[in-house]
Design a protein around this ligand. Structure first.
Ligand code: GLN
Length: 312
């Protein structure tokens, strides 16, 4: 980004200290396990496409990945079926509705609007290939392992609460099943969806995952390929237009790089061929995006002219 490693580290430290005391927003509370998160948890991690790692705050603190998983599962669906087949099952249109909206799923819709909302993510999850629940889960975990660079596991209590309280997601899946948008492995696919949301990561893991997307699908730390390069364009396009819930338009306007957030307070952002950025801070704004996460990304974008349409 045109600065020395030392000064970049100093800039991250400054951002961390500047926003550490900002305490707007509310920690997600739709399940008790998420409400237990400490609102003071805060970390920023940037990993370059050539594998350098910069950290501010406690980037080792574990949390569940939640909706950020949608990006990577979309990649697996593309890998399993190819662009055309996936496009026939899940669209690429932003909705402007909340992520868990059910309103556009009706007899007039052919498919969920995009893979970054819950309905679309349940549909991409239903596309994961495999013979039975265990094989499909293992294929999904293997995929995440390639992005993260080490073993990953699922937080059982978050998974069980997501599953037992996920009536809205179940309702969407039933509707999609009824309309023939997903196949009859509905319960298995819903479990896979709740499991992907409940996967444990830390801020460093998220930054490595983001850097893997920045590095055309190759994990810059391990050198392993996580996803074929030809799907990077598809993944980043839907992140750019749909990744930040019903704040996606404003995000594209102000920050201007592909990103995805999740209810546990994580945000990943990608500067293609350069860096993966991750911020973790649980308190959320009314759209469901991390308050500190948005601030940090806005500042990084401004300071380093990361917006895709900044003049070269
Ligand atoms: N588990 C959450 C859900 O399905 C994930 C949502 C999110 O991070 N936005 O509602």
């Amino acid at each position: 980004m045109g600065v020395s490693s030392q000064s970049f580290q100093a800039i991250l430290d400054d951002l961390y200290h500047k926003y550490k005391t900002l305490d707007d927003g509310k920690v997600a509370s739709y399940i008790p396990e998420l409400a237990k998160m400490n609102p003071n948890w805060f970390s920023i991690c940037v990993v370059t496409a050539d594998g350098r790692v910069f950290v501010a705050g406690d980037a080792e603190q574990l949390f569940t990945i939640q909706s950020i998983s949608k990006v990577f599962v979309y990649g697996l669906a593309l890998e399993d079926h190819g662009r055309e087949a996936v496009l026939s099952k899940v669209g690429v249109e932003p909705t402007g509705d909340p992520f868990n909206s059910i309103i556009r799923l009706d007899e007039y819709s052919k498919r969920p609007d995009n893979p970054m909302i819950n309905a679309g993510a349940i549909a991409t999850t239903s596309l994961i290939k495999g013979n039975g629940a265990t094989e499909r889960l293992n294929r999904m975990l293997d995929m995440f392992r390639r992005y993260v660079g080490h073993d990953v596991y699922i937080d059982m209590s978050v998974f069980v609460s997501e599953r037992s309280s996920g009536h809205r997601n179940r309702a969407m899946a039933s509707l999609m099943r009824h309309f023939g948008m997903i196949d009859d492995r509905m319960d298995e696919s819903l479990d896979l969806y709740f499991q992907q949301c409940s996967m444990m990561v830390n801020c460093r893991d998220l930054a490595v995952m983001a850097a893997t997307l920045a590095n055309r699908g190759i994990n810059p730390i391990t050198g392993d390929r996580a996803v074929p390069t030809r799907y990077i364009r598809d993944i980043l396009s839907v992140m750019y237009t749909c990744g930040m819930y019903n704040f996606a338009g404003q995000w594209a306007y102000t920050v201007g790089i592909p990103a995805k957030s999740g209810v546990s307070g994580g945000i990943i952002a990608i500067v293609p061929r350069q860096v993966g950025i991750a911020v973790f801070s649980p308190p959320l704004d009314t759209h469901g995006n991390s308050v500190r996460g948005i601030k940090v990304c806005e500042e990084l974008s401004r300071q380093f002219e990361l917006h895709m349409f900044d003049p070269p």
